[in-house]
Design a protein around this ligand. Structure first.
Ligand SMILES: NC(=O)c1ccc[n+]([C@@H]2O[C@H](COP(=O)([O-])OP(=O)(O)OC[C@H]3O[C@@H](n4cnc5c(N)ncnc54)[C@H](OP(=O)(O)O)[C@@H]3O)[C@@H](O)[C@H]2O)c1
Length: 361
């Protein structure tokens, strides 16, 4: 090969490597499984999966990783979980961009996001536990970001609806969030869009669970904790240094059902019926409807819970599992900027992860 050709070929290789992305996927559940499917589509051509793991097993073998049924295989076979082996697969790959994708809900993994960023990996996540957890964790994340780490978090709120990106863009332009209000949970949206008192709440809840709209243990939704984490993520991105104990969370789960097993909870769902029917009736008598709202005001007062709203309220006009985020800012002052749409679902959430990876470079 002539010197000119060798030089051109080296330049081409360097360019190709610069565009290549090596990935490790943590979590091959509902969202991770949908993400694996997206990796097989043409838009993911420059993404190279070098490792994948569930909570017990992992795989770094190229042939195994390319298998269409990787998710199922990992349930049966693979090496025991070991982050060192997984990340060394990233280190030895020639791609310039090395990304850890967290599609779990593990608080333990989330607590390591900032460390991964400081070690030069990019992190793309659907896991809310760090940014929506303790304030100290959020601060560590901000420090790692300030040092150059790229953190893709579109999937953590609204399953990829363009909420966080919009909010950050407004703040970058010197706009400030005055109030934020909305429905941040697909399952709670579904439940209160359909609850009109004609059928017991427990019947509706069982139906929603069967349709896959709730977590296997619906208390994860009904407790309001997941909504509170999303509110914290949004509030912190808007500049409110809010501690996790500063959000008032009004759980829909009666105290007597908080510590029982999932099985017992599911057997005793009828205990939710009477209190909710009373609230519904009281709201109806005042010409209002019930919605599970998250809200933060200008002074940083944050609350998550059931709220009576008039039928003309934007949250009273939602469909299915829609999420809604109404942002009132210094410049969107007369009318709020409203972002609304499907705020749950594996495909859109996985797409949010993919979008964050592709935008890394
Ligand atoms: N589902 C949605 O529509 C949606 C929408 C937006 C955001 N999210 C968020 O996305 C994340 C994943 O949700 P999902 O519905 O996919 O949950 P999921 O079906 O329960 O899957 C979770 C996955 O994480 C794995 N995992 C747990 N700990 C792990 C560890 N230490 N190392 C590696 N893998 C580990 C689990 O492994 P095993 O299989 O071995 O248990 C499982 O594969 C959650 O944070 C959720 O809040 C979900």
């Amino acid at each position: 090969m002539s010197a000119v050709l060798a030089e051109a070929s080296a330049a081409h290789a360097a360019l190709t490597n610069r565009n290549k992305v090596a990935l490790v996927l943590l979590g091959t559940g509902v969202v991770g499984g949908a993400f694996l499917k997206l990796l097989c589509t043409p838009v993911a051509g420059r993404l190279h999966l070098v490792g994948a793991a569930n909570s017990r097993k992992q795989q770094t073998d190229a042939v195994q990783l390319a298998a269409r049924d990787l998710r199922d295989r990992l349930k049966r076979e693979g090496a025991a979980r070991d982050d060192t082996a997984l990340f060394s697969a990233l280190d030895t790959h020639d791609a310039a961009l090395k990304v850890i994708v967290d599609a779990t809900a593990s608080a333990e993994l989330a607590s390591r996001h900032a460390d991964w960023l400081s070690r030069g990996y990019h992190v793309v996540t659907a896991n809310k536990s760090l940014a929506g957890g303790q304030l100290s964790g959020w601060r560590a994340l901000q420090a790692a970001r300030a040092a150059g780490g790229r953190y893709g978090d579109a999937a953590t709120v609204g399953a990829g609806l363009p909420v966080l990106s919009t909010l950050r863009r407004l703040c970058d332009c010197g706009d400030s969030l005055l109030t934020l209000e909305g429905v941040f949970s697909g399952s709670l949206s579904y439940l209160f869009n359909h609850y009109d008192g004609s059928r017991p709440f427990s019947v509706l809840l069982r139906e929603a669970r069967k349709l896959g709209y709730t977590e296997p243990d619906p208390r994860a939704d009904l407790s309001g904790e997941d909504v509170a984490r999303k509110l914290l993520i949004l509030a912190r991105n808007a500049g409110f240094a809010l501690g996790s104990d500063e959000v008032v969370v009004e759980s829909l789960v009666p105290e007597t059902l908080r510590d029982v097993s999932t099985e017992t909870f599911l057997e005793r769902l009828e205990e939710l019926d009477e209190p909710l029917a009373a609230l519904h009736e009281a709201a109806r008598a005042r010409g209002q409807v019930l919605r599970f709202l998250a809200r933060i005001n200008q002074r940083g007062r944050a609350r998550v819970g059931l709220t009576e709203v008039p039928p003309t309220h934007p949250a009273a006009r939602l469909y299915g599992t829609d999420n809604q985020f109404a942002l009132t800012t210094t410049r969107y002052h007369t009318q709020p900027l409203v972002i609304q749409g499907p705020g749950a679902g594996p495909e859109v959430t996985a797409q949010a992860l993919l979008g964050d990876i592709l935008s890394l470079g």
